[in-house]
Ligand binder design. Structure first.
Ligand code: PB1
Length: 337
């Protein structure tokens, strides 16, 4: 097309001809520290241990977390999400050690509150790391989920974490009605207006959880989680689950996993713009990007920026990501010196 025939409104290059123009063309997708939540694995060992299935990700404990977390808090880290690893604690049918005095998260919470008074501490609430069957709820004798018993147990665990000092309880179990059960338990203990409930409201039965299950030894010992995690193709169930959790009183929403579910992120934010929406870049997404970069297939920093941008553009307010330390460094390059 001759330049003279080009209509001025079809000329885009002038609007991206300077870095500042390009920033102005991408509003509301910035990544700041408060847009990040850092998942942390908490066990009982004395040494920090790197996880083979998640290179660069470590298991911490009450003995060694503080010196590992201090530099990240200095770089602006605002929120962490704790996952307990049962280790040598015995597992059983109801996950007694999910909220026992020996639980590493229960033991760590009051210390974390003391060491980092401004850090927001969320705890994952689930049974799978603590049950001998590896499912996220309590089972009937026929191998199906006993939903009523499960939500009562999940509420007990959430309350225990709240009493131990969690700012946020985040139930990842996907049982029906667990949000209402947790809210009732918190209110019954005078914590209903103090402790935030972050629901894993749209969580799918995904193949992207393998590295996590390996780290926490939380894979189901029989069958799978397709009877309580959403079918990957179901927009309708994601909408219904989110609506239900909002009606039961959750404070914040989540879509999980992230990259393969950005349409659900957009659907959820469009439907509930008034709720903070988290997206979880899960262990398989972490491993995928990490290994591709290791293999020289891509530039990790550049592609990670692009993925985070896609999640924010889709409507996520906060991204739960194991790449948090790398992102904080990229936000504050000077902090490396
Ligand atoms: O990073 C990850 O893969 C997260 C896995 C996630 C933790 N909330 C769950 C996925 C699963 O194993 O089904 C754990 C379920 N409670």
């Amino acid at each position: 097309m001759k330049a003279s025939n080009l209509e001025s409104k079809h000329i885009l290059h002038s609007g991206i001809s300077h870095p500042v123009f390009r920033l102005l063309q991408t509003p509301n997708v910035e990544i700041s520290p408060h847009n990040l939540m850092y998942p942390l694995f908490i066990g009982s060992g004395r040494e920090v241990e790197e996880m083979k299935s998640m290179p660069g990700v470590h298991k911490y404990s009450i003995h060694n977390l503080r010196p590992s977390l201090e530099p990240l808090v200095a770089k602006g880290l605002r929120m962490v999400l704790l996952f307990g690893i049962s280790g040598s604690l015995p597992k059983d049918k109801i996950g007694r050690n999910a909220d026992s005095a020996q639980n590493p998260v229960i033991q760590l919470l009051p210390k974390l509150r003391l060491w980092f008074p401004d850090l927001v501490i969320a705890t994952d609430v689930c049974l799978c790391p603590y049950t001998d069957h590896g499912h996220c709820g309590i089972m009937n004798s026929d191998g199906t989920i006993d939903n009523d018993a499960s939500i009562a147990r999940i509420a007990e665990i959430a309350l225990a974490y709240a009493k131990a000092g969690a700012h946020i309880v985040a139930p990842s179990d996907m049982m029906d009605g667990r949000i209402g059960a947790i809210k009732s338990a918190l209110r019954g203990s005078g914590l209903g207006s103090k402790v935030c409930v972050l629901s894993y409201s749209a969580k799918f039965a995904s193949g992207f959880y393998g590295p996590f299950r390996d780290v926490t030894k939380s894979a189901p010992q029989f069958s799978d989680r397709k009877c309580y995690q959403l079918p990957p193709g179901s927009r309708g169930l994601a909408a219904r689950a989110t609506k239900r959790d909002v009606e039961e009183g959750c404070d914040m929403l989540m879509v999980k996993p992230g990259l393969a579910y950005l349409d659900i992120v957009k659907q959820t934010k469009d439907a509930y713009p008034e709720y903070p929406l988290f997206v979880y870049q899960v262990s398989g997404e972490y491993a995928m990007l990490h290994h591709a970069a290791q293999a020289g297939a891509l530039d990790l920093g550049a592609v990670l920026d692009e993925v985070l941008l896609s999640m924010r553009r889709a409507g996520a307010d906060c991204i739960i990501t194991y790449f948090t330390p790398l992102i904080l460094d990229r936000l504050h390059p000077r902090s490396k010196y």
